[in-house]
Design a protein around this ligand. Structure first.
Ligand code: ATP
Ligand code: MG
Length: 425
């Protein structure tokens, strides 16, 4: 026999036993996002490679080593999206959504990066992203940070720490960059290979290095906050005031950066110590330069993306209960007459009771085996129909989870009874 085919490494099936958790997470986050009046945008999974090269930057981990890139049948270079911001900006520009208007948008879906798979790091993973366009002030920065905080609160997650920083204006960063490069050059012997390569192309990204051997050097490097221009300082101070006014706690992390020139002012991350090395659950910031960089008119923009796998792992680590999806009722049908009547009866109940989740027994079976299936379904209640009940127009209602026993009801009374029971729960 041929060897059975396995999924691609780092790309996970989400099995029926897990999808309730995913749906709960997605529903909860969607509610939060809608509470702020954001609209969903749905974007393709494939884009021209050029889009990511330009927007994410050629000298980033993502573009250098992590993208799934291939030539399609026409010889065009396409890439599986490694993140959503680039597509979102591309779509908004293409459809004229940015000119003279503001947009508050969100998206969700799978992203693809060829990384070394480990806990919290996969090759297909899922993000929810938020992007707001056309608003330059720190109020929108604060709104979006509040939204992220509300997400953790609604999920019952504890222990996530908000880190913020300001990258300043592009001009201020040029000055900082020179100071940083001078410092790093003076310590070139201590740089690892990645950092040495980045020294000319993307030195800010060196501050983001995860190599423990580099941490001392990074700690002692010139600090971005010392290079901020007045306007950036003011933007950051106003943001901090807004966060303080809402009582939201944060840490200022002067080494929190984004490597690319079109980022400016606010950057933020939510980090936790409960997920080992993969401790960032959410990252974002202001990218006022990107739209122009991709050929549009200058457009202020702010956004973030969060990783759903890491949030699920956190829910698990925190032992946070998640409602599982189970039918309310399992319909046991014994004999041909009961199957015939019961299939119709099930349809009538679904018509009559909004929200009812009813699973019918299909495939016959003894009472014993049908009750086993009923038990396994997770349903609270069984409805039971045999030849006698069909003849009498009745059905038996039986509790599957406690000793409250069973009652015989007229079929026409069942809908009202189920309705009442659903309202109680
Ligand atoms: P990291 O530093 O962990 O590699 P990143 O800076 O590459 O993260 P972003 O591009 O900012 O991550 O993506 C936002 C969020 O998406 C991350 O905070 C994380 O929650 C999630 N994420 C990123 N890469 C992966 C991955 N390979 N597997 C699972 N989740 C991921
Ligand atoms: Mg990464």
């Amino acid at each position: 026999m041929a060897k059975s085919i396995q999924a691609v490494r780092g790309m996970n099936d989400i099995l029926p036993g897990e999808t309730s958790r995913w749906q709960y997470l997605e529903d909860t986050l969607r509610e939060v996002v809608h509470a702020y009046g954001y609209q969903e945008i749905r974007l393709p999974v494939l884009e021209k490679t050029e889009l990511f090269k330009r927007s994410i930057g050629e000298v980033t981990d993502i573009v250098e080593k992590e993208m799934y890139t291939f030539d399609d049948r026409n010889g065009d270079s396409l890439s599986m999206r490694p993140e959503g911001t680039a597509s979102c900006v591309r779509a908004c520009m293409q459809h004229g959504l940015l000119h003279n208007q503001v947009q508050r948008l969100w998206y969700a879906g799978p992203m693809f990066r060829h990384e070394r798979p480990q806990k919290g790091r996969y090759r297909q993973f899922h993000q929810i992203g938020i992007e707001a366009f056309g608003m330059a002030g720190p109020d929108i920065d604060a709104e979006i940070i509040f939204m992220s905080a509300r997400m953790w609160q609604r999920l019952g997650l504890q222990g996530a720490v908000l880190q913020i920083n300001s990258l300043g204006s592009v001009a201020a960063r040029v000055v900082y960059r020179t100071a940083l490069v001078d410092y790093l050059r003076a310590h070139e012997d201590a740089l690892d290979e990645d950092s040495r390569r980045r020294l000319d192309s993307n030195p800010l990204r060196i501050l983001d290095s995860k190599n423990p051997a580099m941490q001392g050097l990074i700690e002692a490097a010139p600090r971005l906050p010392d290079y901020l221009d007045d306007e950036s300082r003011e933007h950051f101070a106003r943001l901090c005031t807004l966060l303080d006014a809402a009582g939201l706690e944060y840490e200022i992390n002067p080494r929190l950066v984004r490597g690319l020139d079109y980022y400016s002012n606010t950057v933020f991350e939510w980090v936790t110590d409960q997920l080992g090395a993969q401790g960032t659950i959410c990252a974002g910031g202001r990218y006022d330069g990107l739209v122009e960089y991709l050929g549009g008119k200058p457009t202020p923009a702010f956004g973030f993306a969060l990783g759903l796998e890491r949030l699920l792992a956190l829910l698990e680590a925190g032992n946070i209960g998640i409602p599982v999806q189970q039918p309310h009722v399992y319909l046991v049908l014994s004999g041909q007459a009961a199957v015939q009547r019961g299939m119709v009866f099930a349809e009538q109940l679904r018509d009559a009771v909004p929200g009812l989740q009813l699973q019918s027994n299909c495939g016959d079976g003894s009472f014993k085996s049908q009750f086993k299936r009923a038990d396994k379904s997770g349903a609270q209640l069984a409805l039971v129909m045999g030849d006698d009940e069909v003849a009498e127009g009745n059905v038996i209602l039986k509790s599957l989870r406690d000793e409250s026993g069973q009652t015989t009801l007229a079929q026409q009374d069942v809908a009202a009874r189920l309705q009442a029971l659903l309202e109680q729960t």
